[in-house]
Design a protein around this ligand. Structure first.
Ligand code: ADP
Ligand code: K
Ligand code: MG
Length: 421
C-alpha cells in the first residue's frame, strides 16, 4: 500500500516495538547497510527515497503531512512555571495531554525538513539514521492512545523518557553526518537554516519533555526544569569545572577561570541550555589560551575572565580570553556549522568510540569525556540556542590579543516580552 511501508531488509535497529531499540547506529553498520543495498534502488523522489530505505516498520506519510500542517503551540516559561505545581495530579495529566498533541506536530515538521534536504545530504547514512529516529518517534507518539488516566500518563512518560534517551546523540550524529557530506553542497545558507531549526526545535522538545518528566520529582527550588532560585554563579562554575577537567585531561594544564560582576545574581531560569552553551564557549576560550601559549610559558597562562551582569530585562555573560583572537579572514566563518580550525588528525572526534559519545550534549560529569573541539558545532549551535531563548551570542575578537564572547539571555520573568519554548 502507499501508506504503509513494510520492512524489506534486516536493518531492524528501529523496531518500533523493540524496547531495546536504542536508535544509536554504529557508523560501520550503517555504512555497510548502504554499500550492500544501495545498488538495488534508484530513488527518484524524496518519498521514494524513504520507501526504499523502509525506514521503520511502517511509515504513515499522510499522517506526517497532516501533522506537519498544524500549528505549534509554544509556551512561555512563566506559563510553565506558574501552572506547574509539583505532585498535582491534574497538572501532570494536562501536561501530558499537551505533549501528546504538540510533539507529533513538531516532529512532523522536522521530518518534512529532512525530506527537503538535498538528495546527496539526505542519503548520508548518519543523517538518514537521524531522519529515521524522527519517523520512529513520530509513529510512537502519534499512534499513542489518548491519555485519560494517571496510569496512561505514567506509561506515556516512560515512553517519552525512552525516546529522550534514544535521541540523546542526535546533535553529534548530525555534526558527523554533515561533516561527511556537506562538501557536496555549496549553499551554506541551506545547511545553516536546516540545522538552526532542527537543533532549536530539538532543544524545545527536550525542554518540554524533560519538564513534564521532572514535574513529579519534588526537588527543592525546582518546578519541572525551572530552577526557581538559580544562582548564575553556581551554574557557570559547574561548567568551568567540567571544562577544566576536560582540558586537564587533554592538555595537562588549564588557565584560571575568574568570575566577577553580579556574582550574587539569583533568578528563575532553565539550566539545560546554559549547560550546553557555557561549556562550548569556555572550551573554545581554554583551547585558544593554551594553544597560543607554549608549554614553556606555563606560569604565564593568562586567565579567562567571566563577567556577569543581570538586569530586569536580561542577563549577560561575557567570556574574555587572551588566546590571540580570531584572524580577520575567519571571523565570518567561525559561526558556520562544521567550520573548525582543529586539525582532523588531532581532533578527538575522529577517535574510535568518541564519535557517538555524549560529546556535544549537556555537561558530562565524566572528566575524561567531552572533547575540546572537533565538529565546528560549538559556536553556531550556541548562537542558535541563545536566539531560541530570546537572546544572542556575539563575538568580538581583538586580533593579536584575544576574544570576547557575549552571551545575552532574556529572563523568563523579563519585564519585556519573554520567549516561547
Ligand atoms: P570547534 O571548537 O569544534 O572548532 P566552534 O564552533 O566551537 O567549533 O569554533 C569554531 C572555530 O572558531 C574554532 O575552531 C576556532 O578556530 C575559532 N574560535 C572559537 N572561539 C575562539 C576563541 N575564543 N579564540 C580563538 N578562536 C576561537
Ligand atoms: K563553527
Ligand atoms: Mg568549540
Amino acid at each position: 500500500s502507499h501508506n504503509t511501508y513494510t520492512m524489506t531488509h534486516t536493518m531492524s535497529v528501529f523496531r518500533v516495538t523493540g524496547i531495546q531499540a536504542r536508535g544509536v547506529l554504529s557508523l560501520q553498520r550503517t555504512t555497510s547497510f548502504l554499500s550492500t543495498n544501495r545498488v538495488e534502488y534508484r530513488p527518484s523522489t524524496t518519498s521514494e527515497r524513504e520507501r526504499a530505505k523502509s525506514v521503520s516498520a511502517y511509515y504513515n506519510q499522510p499522517a506526517v503531512e497532516a501533522a506537519a500542517k498544524k500549528r505549534t503551540v509554544r509556551l512561555t516559561p512563566s506559563a510553565i512555571l506558574y501552572h506547574g505545581r509539583t505532585d498535582d495530579e491534574a497538572t501532570t495529566l494536562k501536561s501530558a495531554q499537551y505533549l501528546q498533541k504538540e510533539l507529533p506536530v513538531r516532529i512532523a515538521k522536522r521530518i518534512m525538513a529532512f525530506r527537503d534536504l538535498p538528495f546527496i545530504v539526505g542519503c548520508n547514512p548518519i543523517i538518514l539514521g537521524v531522519h529515521e529516529l524522527y519517523i520512529r518517534a513520530f509513529n510512537i507518539l502519534n499512534s499513542y492512545e489518548p491519555i485519560k488516566t494517571r496510569e496512561d500518563e505514567i506509561n506515556y512518560s516512560r515512553k517519552l523518557k525512552e525516546l529522550l534517551e534514544d535521541h540523546q546523540d542526535v546533535v553529534t550524529q548530525l555534526a558527523a553526518g554533515f561533516r561527511e557530506c556537506r562538501r557536496h553542497i555549496q549553499n551554506e545558507e541551506l545547511v545553516a537554516r536546516f540545522l538552526d531549526k532542527t537543533l532549536t526545535s530539538r532543544l524545545g522538545i527536550r525542554m518540554l519533555a524533560q519538564h513534564h518528566l521532572s514535574l513529579r520529582e519534588s526537588k527543592p527550588n525546582y518546578v519541572g526544569i525551572i530552577n526557581v532560585t538559580m544562582k548564575l554563579k553556581e551554574t557557570i562554575e559547574r561548567s568551568c569545572q567540567f571544562v577544566s577537567q576536560v582540558a586537564e585531561h587533554k592538555y595537562g594544564r588549564v588557565p584560571q577561570l575568574k568570575l566577577s560582576g553580579h556574582v550574587n545574581a539569583v533568578f528563575p531560569y532553565i539550566e539545560l541550555p546554559l549547560d550546553y552553551i557555557l561549556p562550548e564557549i569556555l572550551k573554545n576560550a581554554v583551547r585558544a589560551t593554551i594553544e597560543s601559549h607554549s608549554e614553556f610559558e606555563m606560569m604565564r597562562l593568562p586567565p579567562i575572565n567571566i563577567t556577569i551582569a543581570s538586569n530586569e530585562v536580561d542577563f549577560i555573560i561575557r567570556i574574555s580570553d587572551r588566546g590571540g583572537g580570531i584572524p580577520h579572514h575567519l571571523m565570518e566563518r567561525v559561526l558556520d556549522y562544521n567550520f573548525t580550525t582543529a586539525k582532523e588528525e588531532n581532533s578527538d572526534s575522529t577517535q574510535e568510540g568518541h564519535v557517538f559519545s555524549d560529546m556535544m550534549e549537556a555537561v558530562n560529569p565524566n572528566p575524561a569525556g567531552g572533547p575540546m573541539h572537533g565538529f565546528g558545532f560549538g559556536l553556531p549551535t550556541s548562537r542558535a540556542y541563545a536566539e531560541y531563548m530570546g537572546g544572542s551570542l556575539d563575538i568580538q575578537a581583538m586580533q593579536g590579543i584575544g576574544t570576547d564572547v557575549y552571551l545575552r539571555l532574556k529572563h523568563i520573568n523579563s519585564s519585556s516580552a519573554s520567549f516561547r519554548i
